[in-house]
Design a protein around this ligand. Structure first.
Ligand code: FEO
Length: 393
């Protein structure tokens, strides 16, 4: 269903209730691909959808104008979830694609663009479309080199593409409509941790630029539109992009015969007894993106793996690869633990990841146990957890 956000500015996107995978992100709540249509002397579509949602997009546009009358398509970011319907749309409309220099480079590499018309825009460039003026602001590496956002000055709307997004499928289009504001922030935090975290040091500078704009709506390309809680989500972005962490431990493990699981819970008990907030996850039962949301602002990252064939247990290796790519803040304490049969290898491999992430490593002889931990082993791990609670980063 099309929604009019302001006079002649419409949400015309698509909701995918079933999608459960987005380049490694388990979208357990589905996702939305938000496109926006501005009807003016020149009709402008801002971002498109994945290719299989083209029909939904056309249905939405058609309820407002004949899609053939689109003059410009702004491509804020060339990743397939926003550019995937471009080929069909350009065949239908012959519209000019407005994008950054990197956006054009990436579109040329993804599609046969030989017959496309482009308008490549610089940072801060403006374009009059009739009653309105659009301003294009480059936001490179949030999260691709081509990213930009589009600001409509007269209507005070920021079309922010991936920034401020959430991977959720909902009937609600606006932040003030959702039942749980806290859950909405958690969805935005999970999105931030899994999409924007590697480049979070760039966020404050972008927010500074946005602070100079008068904004009534932030319209991201995924999830709900921000209207009532703009100040709050901007402040949360500043908080998530800082190195500040909570007195929180994320204990992540996998287990073959429950030995490493028992170790995880014993360390967690010690930390909990000393007032540290704890989260315990078995990797193979938990989406990696859920874990990374908790890693974002945790002080302690505690990872356990059995040794299997002189190596990490594969689910833990998967988590470590994913986490390394997302580059959490280095202001964290890393602890490696695990059980083994005859030759312990997993903890040293976990510590290699911690070293590359510049975590402070805390070690202890109780963290490696042969076969099954005994009562006295678990007591030592609990005591270790209590001592750990007093460590500074
Ligand atoms: Fe929503 Fe980077 O694509």
């Amino acid at each position: 269903m099309v929604i009019e956000i302001k006079n002649n500015i419409y949400w015309v996107g698509a909701i995918d209730w079933e999608v459960r995978e987005f380049h490694g992100y388990e979208t357990i709540k589905g996702s939305t691909y938000n496109s926006y249509l501005i009807v003016d002397e020149k009709n402008v579509l801002i971002d498109t959808t994945k290719p299989y949602l083209f029909d939904d997009l056309i249905l939405g546009i058609s309820s407002v104008i004949d899609p053939k009358n689109i003059d410009y398509i702004v491509c804020n970011h060339s990743e397939n979830d926003h550019s995937g319907s471009l080929e069909e749309l350009i065949k239908l409309t012959g519209a000019t694609v407005i994008t950054s220099d990197k956006g054009k480079e990436f579109l040329d590499l993804q599609y046969d663009t030989s017959n496309w018309n482009f308008k490549v825009v610089d940072n801060g460039e403006e374009l009059s479309i009739g009653r309105r003026t659009l301003k294009f602001i480059k936001t490179p590496m949030l999260h691709w080199p081509d990213n930009m956002v589009t600001y409509c000055q007269e209507d005070k709307i920021l079309f922010s593409n991936d920034a401020f997004g959430q991977h959720i499928a909902t009937s609600e289009r606006f932040d003030y409509e959702v039942e749980s504001v806290e859950e909405m922030y958690e969805d935005a935090k999970e999105y931030f941790a899994n999409i924007l975290m590697p480049y979070k040091m760039l966020v404050p500078n972008v927010i500074n630029q946005l602070n100079n704009l008068d904004i009534d709506y932030i319209c991201p390309s995924h999830g709900v539109i921000w209207s009532k809680y703009i100040k709050e989500i901007i402040n949360k972005y500043l908080e998530w992009s800082s190195d500040k962490c909570k007195n929180k431990a994320v204990i992540i493990y996998d287990t073959m015969y429950n030995s490493t699981k028992k170790m995880a819970h014993a360390i967690g008990q010690g930390l909990y007894d000393e007032g540290v907030e704890i989260r315990i996850f078995r990797v193979s039962d938990t989406p990696l993106n859920t874990i990374m949301k908790e890693v974002l602002d945790a002080k302690y990252i505690i990872i356990g793996s059995p040794t299997l064939n002189s190596n990490l247990y594969p689910p833990v290796a998967k988590l470590l690869t994913y986490m390394e790519g997302l580059k959490p803040s280095s202001k964290k304490i890393g602890v490696a633990f695990g059980s083994y049969g005859w030759m312990e290898m997993a903890t040293s491999k976990i510590k290699e990841y911690f070293k590359r992430l510049n975590f402070k490593i805390v070690d202890d002889e109780c963290l490696k146990i042969r076969h099954v931990p005994k009562e006295e082993d678990l007591k030592k791990l609990m005591e270790f957890g209590k001592r750990l609670a007093k460590e500074d980063v």
